[in-house]
Design a protein around this ligand. Structure first.
Ligand SMILES: Nc1ncnc2c1ncn2[C@@H]1O[C@H](COP(=O)(O)OP(=O)(O)OP(=O)(O)O)[C@@H](O)[C@H]1O
Ligand SMILES: [Mg+2]
Length: 240
């Protein structure tokens, strides 16, 4: 179980008075209009804010007792993996295989184990054929899949994905959502930022953000109600 109490600022406050806990083993979705702070929140969950992206922060983010301001990102990565909205920002090695092996190599695992992890992870996402490709030359959707594979290679308990399907075609969307749902069924905690409500049928709770705040928290059954159309109304009500 982890909890966070967070406010971040740079210039104007971007997140305001956010106080939330995400349930272990559940899928928590974050939705809201462009610019409301979803990615900022996601980047705060693995320590990227404030450790890599500076800003003025108040409050704290606690991941299983670890304060993300104080624990190294390398250590946090074993507990929480984040797939950025722009995966270009996290892919930097010459091959997909290298990207997926990078985390396990840093843990100094034996070569055979690393090879097994890479194989298994590429298989889960059905991207074995990309193994020898240069990530920089892949499509946006493929980059998302590779970044997700790199995150999964460390087997973190919490997986945060920021708009994972935004650039994917239907087939790859099905793959990614299927993988996330399987991870949930394996007991992982998934936090997904997603713009398409139809992709959230497996979410246990949905947080609606507006202007840096969480303005609604929708649990279980209500989420299903929203799937039948109310969500659009709710989002529309946020547009002034
Ligand atoms: N590095 C930064 N420095 C200062 N302001 C930033 C920075 N990154 C984002 N912002 C601002 O923070 C606000 C929230 O941005 P954020 O990217 O978190 O929104 P979002 O909800 O993820 O939007 P989208 O749906 O378009 O991805 C926006 O007003 C944005 O301009
Ligand atoms: Mg975003």
């Amino acid at each position: 179980m982890y909890k966070k109490y967070l406010v971040i600022a740079k210039g104007p406050w971007i997140l305001k008075g956010i106080d939330l806990a995400a349930r272990r083993g559940a899928v928590t979705a974050i939705v809201g209009l462009s610019g409301c702070g979803k990615s900022t929140l996601a980047l705060a969950l693995n320590g990227a804010i404030p450790q890599r992206i500076p800003g003025v922060t108040e409050g704290r983010v606690m991941i299983d007792g670890m304060d993300t301001r104080r624990v190294s990102m390398a250590k946090l990565a074993l507990k929480v993996g984040l797939v950025f909205q722009e995966p270009d920002n996290q892919l930097f090695l010459p091959t997909v295989e290298d990207e997926v092996a990078f985390g396990p190599e840093n843990l100094c695992l034996p070569p055979q184990e690393i090879e097994d992890i890479v194989k298994r992870t590429l298989r889960i996402l059905e991207i074995e054929k990309l193994k020898d490709k240069n990530p920089a030359e892949l499509s946006g959707g493929e980059k998302h899949l590779v970044a997700l594979a790199a995150v999964l290679s460390l087997d973190p308990e919490i997986i945060v994905v920021d708009e994972p399907t935004a650039e994917l075609d239907d087939e790859n969307t099905r793959l990614v959502l299927g993988a996330l749902e399987r991870l949930k069924n394996e007991g992982k905690t998934v936090i997904i930022v997603e713009h398409n409500f139809n992709n959230l049928t497996f979410a246990d709770s949905i947080l609606l953000m507006a202007e840096g705040r969480i303005v609604e928290r929708i649990e279980g059954v209500r989420a299903n109600e929203l799937l039948s159309g109310k969500f659009d109304e709710l989002l529309a009500s946020q547009i002034k």
